[in-house]
Design a protein around this ligand. Structure first.
Ligand code: 1CP
Length: 333
């Protein structure tokens, strides 16, 4: 059994598996090399040879326990024919939303547009670099996708004042997203994804009273759907104020935590396997500090099923030698 499955399924506390969000990305010179030749990010994601190669790059360097497929949560609106562009120093920029167009779309059209991602998963799964390791597929949670699709660019600190104005649009979109996210999940699993992570990067923007409608219910529907395939689901409702409530209601197999929440409080309140937590900025400090902080998380969770990861994606300015040191520190613990 893979180290990550031992933690999730057997609740093993003696293995210390590690993978890192954004482990394939700009901090690696070999990624930047490919990226330089491929300025169109979407096209790069839809090139199965290159996207599988990028997925495997960090596994060639570091003793990581999972590959996470090189793609993006915004491939879903792209698959729904909303224009998506990634602009340098700005981030994603989405085009106008046309519900009538989306309504005309069927499963076959959608799969045709995203197809190379599924092929890439297959290539990664069948590569010997992932033997006895997990191949992680992922989706954006409905709420986070709604945010990008309606806001059309990153919400950074706050949502547009009139974000909730068009109630009809929001509720229609939630239904459409559930339908196509299920198709996207099913195809990732059928092509080799053996864990699914749900990224709800903007869960923290919502007031407590809005969580049931936009986070708990839509995510619960998808978690229950993933469980029918008998594979684990990891939820990352980033910066949510109450992780315990989320776990009690949504019941993921693993909860991934951000770096703002107190890991001590999580350790006290949460009974299911935990992933992540350490601030990615720690990798920008010294090896001594990195070791100290890493051991802090490992010690705190030493009697709890725990998968080492960061509290958000690895930063582009990270030195790959620090990543190497981090992985070795976890493996030597
Ligand atoms: O070279 C570049 O400039 C591209 C940078 C980049 C990368 C490497 C983007 C643009 N996406 C990705 C890959 C990516 N995105 C992965 C690949 C697998 C891995 O982790 O190695 C994953 C899982 C994602 C998920 C993703 N995309 C999230 C959820 C996690 C998070 O970061 O909170 C989100 C919010 C996105 C949207 C997105 N895509 C890219 C950017 C810069 C953003 C964030 C924009 C913002 O600030 O709102």
């Amino acid at each position: 059994m893979s180290p990550i499955n031992k933690v999730i399924i057997n609740k093993d506390t003696k293995t210390n598996p590690i993978w890192i969000m954004r482990q394939a990305g700009r901090y690696l010179p070999e990624f930047r090399e490919i990226r330089k030749e491929n300025p169109d990010f979407i096209k790069l994601c839809l090139n199965e040879e290159l996207s599988s190669e990028i997925t495997l790059q960090p596994l060639k360097r570091f003793d990581l326990d999972a590959a996470i497929i090189f793609s993006d949560i915004l491939m879903l609106p792209y698959g729904l024919n909303q224009k998506v562009e990634f602009k340098k120093n700005f981030g994603p920029q989405l085009g106008n939303l046309n519900l009538n167009e989306i309504n005309k779309l069927d499963e076959i059209d959608f799969i045709k547009k995203i197809y190379p991602t599924y092929k890439a998963i297959n290539l990664v799964k069948n590569n010997k670099l992932t033997d006895n390791k997990n191949t992680i597929g992922f989706i954006g949670a409905p709420w986070t996708l709604l945010v990008y699709m309606i806001n059309k660019h990153s919400p950074k600190l706050k949502l547009k004042d009139n974000f909730f104005k068009d109630n009809f649009l929001i509720n229609r979109l939630l239904i459409i997203l559930e339908k196509f996210l299920k198709i996207h999940i099913k195809n990732q699993i059928e092509n080799g994804a053996d864990v699914i992570q749900i990224f709800d990067s903007w869960a923290g923007l919502l007031d407590e009273k809005d969580l049931p409608n936009y986070v708990y219910i839509p995510t619960l529907n998808l978690v229950e759907y993933i469980k029918t395939f008998k594979i684990p689901v990891i939820c990352f409702p980033r910066n949510i104020k109450n992780y315990k409530n989320f776990c009690d209601i949504v019941k993921p197999d693993v909860i991934c935590i951000d770096y703002e929440v107190s890991p001590h409080q999580i350790r006290k309140e949460i009974k299911i396997p935990v992933q992540g937590g350490m601030d990615p900025k720690i990798l920008l400090t010294s090896k001594e500090n990195l070791k100290k902080e890493t051991i802090k998380y490992l010690e705190l969770f030493k009697d709890h099923p725990y998968i080492f990861n960061l509290g958000h994606g690895v930063l582009p300015e990270t030195d790959p030698n620090m990543m190497d040191y981090l992985v070795k520190t976890v493996k030597d613990y």
